[in-house]
Design a protein around this ligand. Structure first.
Ligand code: ADP
Length: 226
């Protein structure tokens, strides 16, 4: 059964950075549990808005679908695309890291049920970052995009390809709508947390604990009606 790791946090809080670190960490762990010459025990997948070409603007409540060129023009469509992508790789040999805002409680519940249906563990990796810090990161991205866009315009490039920052109102609204994970609920547990300041050692410890929960010897057996 496929362990599902749901990353969650504020916009521009460092989610993708941690998801990539986790990907690297887990690939190494998978190697250590694979006898030499044998096929890997697990396949690892990283799914994100970026891998599915979902634009930041789908989360913007003030943006009309007509203004977006993405196939996933609304947040609902985006969620359907993400859900489909997660479901497609369901198997007993796949670990999925779902990097995204995953800020809606009901959505995390839905993902939890999906993994439960295939009798596999799921967990949450919460990226803790102050509102001020993540705001700073978005502002920095906005200004470097503005500088980049000017450069691109001079060169006649497609400026719409510049990615990364959220429109300020969109950012503000997402933080406002963010539903904090609650480890007292089944769907938000086990809950692992990394904060912006966490260094290599702490990060490794959290990733090791996470591995133990989803793939270790002590991994909880998931029963269909528990
Ligand atoms: P998100 O996926 O939440 O939008 P990113 O992972 O893309 O955020 O990070 C946003 C920016 O902050 C990137 O430039 C990244 O290099 C930087 N960053 C992320 N996490 C950290 C961290 N823990 N320490 C220092 N810089 C970080």
């Amino acid at each position: 059964a496929m362990p599902l790791i749901i990353v969650t946090g504020f916009p521009t809080s460092g989610k993708s950075t941690r998801a990539r670190q986790l990907y690297t960490h887990l690939s190494e762990r998978i190697e250590t549990v694979t006898p030499s010459g044998a096929a890997p025990k697990y396949r690892l997948h990283l799914i994100s808005d970026q891998t599915l070409s979902i634009s930041r603007s789908v989360y913007d409540l003030s943006a009309l679908p007509a203004h977006t060129r993405s196939a996933n023009a609304s947040e609902k469509d985006a969620r359907a695309a993400i859900y489909g992508a997660v479901k497609r790789v369901l198997s007993d040999r796949d670990i999925v890291i779902l990097d995204g805002l995953n800020y809606i409680k009901g959505w995390r519940y839905q993902l939890f049920c999906e993994s439960k249906a295939v009798r596999t563990p799921s967990c949450i990796l919460q990226i803790g970052c102050s509102k001020e810090k993540s705001y700073e990161v978005n502002e920095a991205r906005l200004s470097s995009e503005a500088a980049g866009a000017q450069g691109a315009r001079r060169l006649g490039d497609d400026i719409d390809d510049v990615e990364g920052a959220y429109d300020p109102a969109n950012w503000e609204n997402l933080v406002f709508r963010y539903e904090e994970p609650n480890p007292m609920t089944r769907w938000d547990s086990p809950l692992f947390t990394l904060i912006w300041e966490d260094g290599e050692e702490q990060t490794r410890q959290v990733f090791d604990a996470l591995w133990e929960a989803i793939a270790g010897e002590t991994r909880k057996i998931v029963k269909p009606n528990q």
